[in-house]
Design a protein around this ligand. Structure first.
Ligand code: F6R
Length: 633
């Protein structure tokens, strides 16, 4: 290692870890440090008149590292003239010019912006005849060897635990070769290929042995989706079914993680097991909830021996088990309220929201046009029926998620209404009839946006807010006409700042999703957080509380929850109906994730599951719950 990463944790904290790992708050900061390590090595080699051999990865994980390398080249004169690169892998068969090829990816993100010599770029060739692949792989290996091996190998990790395209079951001594891709890997790639059926079933990849021989390995992982694979690789045994675990045998490997990817590591998940007992109420709650699950008991039934027998005796140094139980029980119980906007004219000392002002201005930010009802439909409904002035702002148009057949259906309906309309739309109808792919056509995308806006209005009218309280922001970063979004700019922030400054809300609700750091929800959240920071000194912001909800995929952990809104069976049904107004997002939704359940089923399951968890912990038995975490800015 040629750079001093910040402290990886004490020996005791990391005693379950078999790979050196560093955890950062944000992937941006981590990427900057990794890019810096690479830059230091390139410069050192330049001074010594040597080539620097880099092993490179594709995928979402290294993008910010490449951005920083490009910045270092453009702004700080870092030259890549002595750099020779070897990419980990390429789909097979795959044409270089295809936008899904790793060849294309590397040029878009790195090679076209730096002064690397084209002859120094090596990427497995997906264009070869099948019978030439074997010798190509052998040549690839020989070339790396001849150059003295890879100096730094960058890696991502798949949700299967793969590195490169070495899927579960890969051999420790495998070399560069043609492999068959795992279903999960193909499913993870389906977005870029407009459906799993178009994802190639094969790829050429460097082997585990090729990777292991690199002098230095840096694996990057961001987001909660990676947390399970990461903890298995770092803390589990070396297992061919988790190929990244082979790196436990590498002498100079570092896993660079953001806190979400690290969330399953023992030092984060159950820190008391590694002697890290911070006595904050939240950390006590986390420990007690874990103990309830482990012992199958509710909070108030936990005994001294339950604590002692489960590595938690240190918690009892300052407090009796009875006191801890009660304190944690009250913390969770007090999150429950039927009054998300605050209960007027009562003592609010132990309530999640303030009693006054009795009528609040509320601004719900919804990244896509439907997250509002999917994630907090019942809370939304309560806020309206309790007389608050509720506004919804849909941050993006969500137009990419409207299928061509839905746009076609609407166009065919208009076209039947008049000849003029028919003439106007015939060309679009013809295009739509021929394609299943997302079409980068302004008019089609606009119609798709309008469809989603009208569906949203149907839902907000059903909940009972005037159309004037519904704001369609169509943030520009989303409007690329393709799945890949552009980077947010000051224009996106300005739109968010304006709506907050105009409404001066007492409450803001926003999607606090952290699962996918490059996903739309996270981008929307980052824009909002930046804006909040920039306006926090304004007087109206002193009265503004921000509540984060979770999207369709993940739930807050119980110890993180600050407000829980119970739902009666009827409210569950009403929420379901509100979601149904988003018809284009029903059935074969384009971006369903790994989960084939429809959104309304997912959210109902999630709301019921958290209510059951509360009940198991000893709280009242509710049909379902929507939960929120307060964000202090
Ligand atoms: C890419 C590669 C893969 C990815 C992994 C994670 O060259 O070999 O192993 O690193 O699938 O992909 P992302 O970073 O997109 O989550």
């Amino acid at each position: 290692m040629i750079i001093d990463y910040k402290s990886p944790g004490t020996l005791e904290q990391t005693r379950y870890e078999k790979i050196h790992s560093v955890i950062f708050d944000e992937s941006k900061e981590a990427s900057r440090i990794v890019a810096n390590e690479i830059a230091i090595l390139i410069r050192k080699k330049q001074k010594e008149n040597e080539s620097c051999i880099l092993g490179l990865a594709t995928g979402s994980s290294p993008i910010s590292v490449y951005e920083e390398l490009v910045r270092l080249h453009k702004e700080e004169g870092l030259s890549f003239s002595n750099v020779i690169t070897f990419n980990l892998d390429e789909y097979f068969p795959m044409k270089k010019v295809d936008t899904q090829s790793y060849h294309h990816f590397m040029h878009i993100h790195l090679f076209s912006h730096i002064d690397i010599k084209p002859k120094n770029i090596n990427i497995p060739n997906g264009e070869l005849d099948f019978n030439k692949v074997n010798s190509h792989c052998n040549e690839y290996e020989k070339k790396i060897k001849k150059l003295g091996g890879i100096d730094i190998q960058l890696l991502g990790i798949g949700s299967t635990g793969h590195i490169g395209f070495n899927e579960p079951g890969s051999n420790y001594s495998s070399l560069t070769r043609l492999v068959h891709l795992d279903y999960t890997t193909r499913n993870d790639a389906r977005k870029a290929f407009y459906g799993i059926e178009n994802v190639p079933t094969k790829a050429i990849t460097m082997g585990i042995n090729t990777i292991r021989k690199s002098k230095r390995v840096v694996l990057l992982a961001w987001g909660q989706n990676k947390s399970k694979a990461i903890s298995k690789a770092i803390e589990g045994r070396v297992d061919p079914n988790v190929p990244a675990s082979f790196l436990q045998n590498h002498k100079n490997a570092t896993f660079v993680l953001d806190k979400n990817a690290a969330s399953n590591l023992t030092r984060i998940q159950s820190p008391w097991k590694v002697g890290d007992v911070k006595l904050t109420l939240e950390s006590k709650a986390k420990a007690v909830i874990w103990l309830c699950k482990k012992t199958n008991k509710s909070i108030l039934n936990l005994t001294e021996s339950d604590y002692n027998e489960n590595y938690m005796s240190e918690l009892l140094i300052h407090q009796s088990p009875y006191k801890i139980n009660l304190e944690v029980f009250n913390k969770i119980d007090r999150t429950i309220t039927g009054w998300p906007g605050g209960k007027p004219n009562v003592d609010d000392k132990y309530r999640p929201e303030r009693a006054s002002p009795a009528k609040k201005r509320v601004l719900i930010f919804s990244p896509h046009p439907d997250d509002d009802v999917i994630s907090m439909g019942a809370t939304f409904d309560r806020l309206v029926s309790q007389g608050h002035d509720v506004h919804v702002a849909y941050q993006t148009s969500g137009n990419i998620a409207v299928s061509n057949s839905d746009v076609l259906k609407f166009l065919e309906v208009f076209s039947e209404t008049s000849k003029n309309v028919k003439n106007r739309y015939q060309e679009l109808i013809d295009i739509l009839k021929k394609s299943n792919e997302i079409l980068d056509n302004k008019e089609i995308r606009n119609i798709a946006s309008l469809i989603r806006e009208k569906e949203s209005l149907a839902a907000t009218r059903f909940i009972g807010i005037p159309d004037s309280n519904v704001h369609f922001l169509r943030l520009p970063f989303y409007e690329t006409g393709t799945i890949k979004k552009s980077r947010p700019t000051s224009l996106d922030s300005k739109i968010i700042r304006n709506i907050i400054s105009n409404l001066k809300p007492h409450q803001i609700y926003a999607a606090g999703d952290l699962a996918d750091p490059h996903g739309t929800h996270k981008v929307c959240l980052d824009i909002l957080f930046d804006v909040l920071k920039s306006i926090k000194e304004k007087s109206f912001m002193k009265n503004c509380w921000v509540w984060l909800y979770r999207g369709a995929w993940h739930e807050w952990e119980v110890h993180e929850i600050d407000m829980s809104i119970p739902m009666s069976p009827n409210q569950v049904l009403k929420k379901r109906k509100a979601i149904f107004y988003h018809q284009t997002q029903k059935d074969n939704v384009m971006f369903q994730g790994d989960d084939n359940r429809e959104f309304w089923v997912r959210t109902e399951d999630r709301n019921r599951a958290i209510a059951k968890t509360f009940h198991d912990l000893g709280m009242s038995d509710y049909s379902a719950l929507e939960t929120f975490k307060r964000h202090h800015f």
